[in-house]
Design a protein around this ligand. Structure first.
Ligand SMILES: [Zn+2]
Length: 487
């Protein structure tokens, strides 16, 4: 009766977490005969799968051999060298010295910044100058964790899209290259920050290295930000710049603590992907619509998370994305939030099991316990899998046509059919309608719509959540767009 939902990464780790949860559950769930309501719901649910031509299960389409070959270039040894180099600067505290003497001595955040820039430039030389390497520098005023006006510099490289129209679309990967130890204002003590967040910075660099060998119709930006540990200052400045310059920034992948710390509870086959539900930037009208129509799990960031979950298996990257439907972990934040605040789709990647002895700690041994964020705790093969997942997502999105524009669900009349309309995407060869039960975390069904901009599906819009995505001739899929109701 009804479809068997396929195993979804979001749930796969739950059994390990239920030991405590189980104690809150009744010993035996009462068994009741199934009611008329249950049967009606079951029949209705079965109907969701029986639309002619509809396909059960939604994936990212066929693997693109060019992308497969780029993923094959991702190197754990390169990632290790990058992390060790970043650690070699002693501290990358945003408050550490950045004068020429310290840069020349290879110490502090200024030296780290210059090295990141020179890495991007070396990748660019290898691809005939294909990367535009830039900095975004500003002075942060005095604040709670900024004792004096401090220069903060983001470093980034742009792989410009080859399609004049498509190049306006941008996808971005980021990590923060600043670090801290046990004292947020310590500007001189060792702060290796191997996992937090040399790992994320190295993922951004490695994506730049392997993807700069390819060309994409859309633009990819590889970013390393500073000021994260003082209050997300670098990413906030960058996201505001993107917004004020009118960038069509479609997706942001933030990697923070993706080193796969070598603790016994670690699961090297899982990376968590955090995404906000109700957008922090939603207007009052949008919030009303979300409340009225059950849109709490359909933010652009959540569509991006679902996209990551579909791309992972297509490219066999070495681990599974585990979607976490919340902005971030308890008591913690990250740079994706700066982009969310500007109304942009952004998700956070983090390892499955963090070890707090190896984050934000002074390097020391106490009672036989080693504290500190050191490279020896990082698993570079794991980082390579995370880098492949990021690169596969960036490359898929940058190869895909733009998502359909102005997707609408017609709601003028009471009808048991659902009619969707949209504006054509220039590079699309066709479109797909996706839907899922209102209680389901992931897209469950798909119907090819052909090269049209309107379709009527014999399903009640009251019982399902719909979306539309663009497909090009090569089978690259855009992110899904959930319609706005049009009365
Ligand atoms: Zn961090």
């Amino acid at each position: 009766m009804g479809p068997q939902p396929r195993a979804f990464p979001v749930f796969q780790k739950l059994p390990e977490l239920t030991q405590d949860a189980l104690s809150y559950m009744p010993e035996k769930a009462p068994i009741r005969p199934r009611s008329a309501v249950w049967w009606t719901a079951a029949v209705a649910f079965a109907w969701l799968t029986t639309v002619a031509g509809a396909q059960k299960g939604v994936n990212a389409g066929p693997a693109d051999p060019r992308i497969v070959s780029a993923l094959g270039q991702v190197s754990a040894a390169r990632l290790q060298a990058d992390v060790e180099k970043l650690v070699s600067f002693g501290t990358r505290s945003t408050l550490s010295a950045q004068d020429q003497a310290e840069i020349s001595a290879g110490h502090g955040i200024g030296a780290a910044r210059e090295w990141i820039k020179s890495e991007f430039e070396s990748y660019s030389r290898e691809c005939g100058g294909c990367l535009e390497v830039k900095i975004d520098s500003f002075t942060e005023a005095v604040g709670e964790r900024v004792p004096q006006p401090t220069k903060i510099t983001n470093v980034y490289a742009i792989l410009r899209g080859t399609d004049p129209q498509g190049a306006k679309r941008i996808v971005l990967v980021t990590g923060h290259y600043d670090s801290r130890n046990g004292h947020n204002l310590d500007s001189v003590g060792a702060a290796p920050g191997a996992n937090d967040d040399a790992s994320g910075t190295a993922v951004s660099l490695e994506c730049a290295r392997v993807l700069s060998r390819l060309k994409f119709p859309a633009t990819i930006v590889f970013l390393a930000v500073a000021g994260e540990e003082q209050g997300l200052y670098g990413s906030a400045h960058f996201a505001q710049m993107a917004k004020s310059e009118g960038w069509d920034l479609e997706a942001v992948l933030n990697n923070d603590i993706v080193g796969g710390d070598r603790n016994p509870q670690q699961d090297t086959k899982v990376v968590r992907v955090f995404s906000e539900g109700v957008p922090v930037a939603a207007t009052d009208a949008e919030l009303r619509r979300i409340r009225n129509l059950g849109g709490e799990s359909d933010s652009p960031s959540r569509q991006l998370a679902r996209y990551v979950a579909e791309v992972g298996p297509t490219y066999d990257v070495g681990l599974q994305p585990m979607l976490i439907f919340r902005l971030d972990r308890y008591l913690r934040g990250g740079d994706h939030y700066s982009f969310n605040q500007q109304g942009l789709a952004a998700v956070r990647f983090s390892e499955f099991h963090e070890d707090y002895d190896h984050q934000h700690q002074d390097v020391r041994t106490e009672n036989g316990v080693e504290y500190g964020d050191l490279p020896k705790f990082v698993n570079f093969d794991y980082m390579a899998s995370v880098a492949r997942l990021n690169a596969a997502t960036l490359a898929s999105l940058a190869s895909a046509p733009a998502p359909p524009g102005k997707v609408r669900l017609l709601t003028k009349e009471l009808q048991n059919d659902s009619t969707l309309t949209w504006e054509a995407s220039p590079a699309a060869a066709g479109y797909e309608v996706l839907w899922r039960a209102t209680t389901s975390p992931e897209w469950e069904h798909l119907q090819a719509a052909g090269n049209v901009t309107r379709i009527t599906v014999p399903l009640s819009k009251d019982n399902a959540i719909f979306a539309v995505r663009s497909v090009d001739k090569g089978g690259h899929r855009s992110m899904a767009v959930v319609p706005i109701p049009e009365p």
